[in-house]
Design a protein around this ligand. Structure first.
Ligand code: NAD
Ligand code: TYD
Length: 336
């Protein structure tokens, strides 16, 4: 089996490549990634010499790059490539639309022309918008995205749907909750707060710190994607949740406790504009139809994640410079 993984140098994509090379060692994996600030080939150092792994540099929104990519044949395509950080989407929405919408459409077009057997599009619970204190998002909940990031992902989902309906293309969409685990870029809540706490720097908690996310360990996400790839039905959407609803304050306290750092590092800052209050997923469909459920217990997942960042200090110190520093200064100066 030949598979194309787009965005494989990022957080979830690189975890998926590690996962799949172990799970299906005879599959040939091509990683297509433009290496934005979030793409890092150091994430794949241990597999770079694996004869079944190949890296191709290219942009999913560039027609020449995508045409070159499709000069080879693939059985399955899993589309992880995206601009993925909500806060960044406040400053450069156009880039999110270009990569996340136009990029996905270009991939669909070429994959259709080449007769791909399965196209799995990796999406997010953020397309559903924000929940109050009760209830869950199901796959047929209305789309109500609130950030340019979420709107671009919702649009890509709609384009995927149209290729299934109009061209009978074998497209499947997954919508996952907030992921955490090794190799996550330290701008997202958990690795950002771990790395800042390790440097004894304040942890900027937005608003009242009581927004809720449904946390999913990245390996569980990879396992769910593999399950959907093998057993999912075309034209369907599958929610993937970890069943771990936590407030940001709970997460922050757990990170501080795990690192034996004081709560005085918490700094409440101006809220994120359009900040969604709560995400929570109903995963009954993937559970009952495909027999998948998350395995990782949250406290253990956090211990493993904190352990990984402690052991891989050079990995994150190399990242926390250059372009990242510019974004950090722009964004957090506005919040303090
Ligand atoms: P990430 O930002 O860590 O990685 C994104 C990768 O895509 C990077 O390697 C980057 O270089 C690459 N990329 C960006 N633009 C590209 C382009 N134009 N062409 C080719 N490659 C490009 O993101 P992530 O957290 O690993 O998320 C992966 C996917 O999962 C995204 O589609 C995201 O929307 C989705 N998702 C993420 C989460 C989460 O909690 N992180 C939750 C649900 C869904
Ligand atoms: P984030 O990791 O950016 O994921 P998303 O916005 O996709 O859910 O943020 C997770 C939660 O943490 C979200 O409610 C915003 C909050 N947050 C902070 O309070 N401070 C921060 O510095 C960051 C990055 C996030």
């Amino acid at each position: 089996m030949k598979i194309m993984v787009t965005g494989g140098a990022g957080f979830i994509g690189s975890n998926f490549i590690h996962y799949i090379l172990k799970k299906r060692p005879d599959w040939e994996v091509t990683n297509f990634d433009s290496l934005t600030y979030a793409g890092n080939l150091a994430n794949l150092k241990d597999v770079e010499n694996n004869p079944n792994y190949k890296f191709v540099k290219g942009d999913i929104s560039d027609p020449d790059d995508v045409e070159r990519l499709f000069s080879s044949e693939y059985d399955f395509l899993i589309n992880f490539a995206a601009e993925s950080h909500v806060d960044r989407s406040l400053y450069n929405p156009g880039l999110f639309l270009k990569t996340n919408i136009l990029g996905t459409q270009l991939l669909l077009n070429y994959a259709l022309e080449k007769g791909i057997k399965r196209f799995l599009h990796v999406s997010t619970d953020e397309v559903y918008g924000s929940l109050g204190p009760d209830g869950y998002f199901g796959e047929s909940s209305p789309l109500a995205p609130n950030s340019p990031y979420a709107a671009s992902k919702a649009s890509a989902d709609m384009i995927c749907r149209s290729y299934y309906k109009t061209f009978d293309m074998p497209v499947i969409i997954t919508r996952a909750g907030n992921n955490y685990g090794p190799y996550q870029f330290p701008e997202k809540l958990i690795p950002f707060f771990i790395t800042r706490a390790l440097k004894n720097e304040p942890l900027p908690l937005y608003g009242d710190g009581l927004n809720v996310r449904d946390w999913l360990y990245v390996e569980d996400h990879c396992d769910a994607i593999f399950t959907v790839l093998e057993k999912g039905n075309f034209g369907e959407i599958y929610n993937i949740g970890g069943g771990n609803e936590k407030t940001n304050l709970e997460i922050t306290r757990l990170v501080l406790e795990t690192l034996n750092k004081p709560e005085s590092l918490i700094k409440y800052v101006k809220d994120r504009p359009g900040h969604d209050r709560r995400y929570a997923l109903d995963i009954n469909k993937i559970n009952s139809e495909l027999d998948w459920s998350p395995k990782m217990d949250f406290e253990t997942g956090i211990q493993k994640t904190v352990g990984w960042y402690l052991e891989n200090q050079k990995w994150w110190e190399d990242i926390l410079s250059g372009e990242y520093t510019r974004f950090y200064e722009l964004h957090y100066k506005e919040r303090s």
